[in-house]
Design a protein around this ligand. Sequence first.
Ligand SMILES: [Zn+2]
Length: 111
Amino acid sequence: MPIYEYRCDDCRRVSSVFVRSVSAQAVATCEHCGSNGMQRLMSRVARLKTDSDVLSEYGDGSGPEGVRDPRQIGRWVEKRFQEYGMEVPAETREQIARAREGDLPDAVKDV
Ligand SMILES: [Zn+2]
């Protein structure tokens, strides 16, 4: 069963919607505000975002303060994945674990 991402016109947040078949007209309802004004995004949620995608989209969410405390590293990433109802990929979990031990990925060092 395909899963599509929809962006809400009202609150601009993304919801994942199960579609019974590719040809079916999906009735997408925003998970966050209940609006039906949803625009389907081109990418399917089944394609997991790469770390660089996440960093470029959400890099502002943490700020330097988040990186200074190693225990906070990755918290916001995990939170974003949770908001999408997605598992944090094993590769990302490993990077977070390494970062918390002081081995920061280059993308974080450059910030
Ligand atoms: Zn909404």
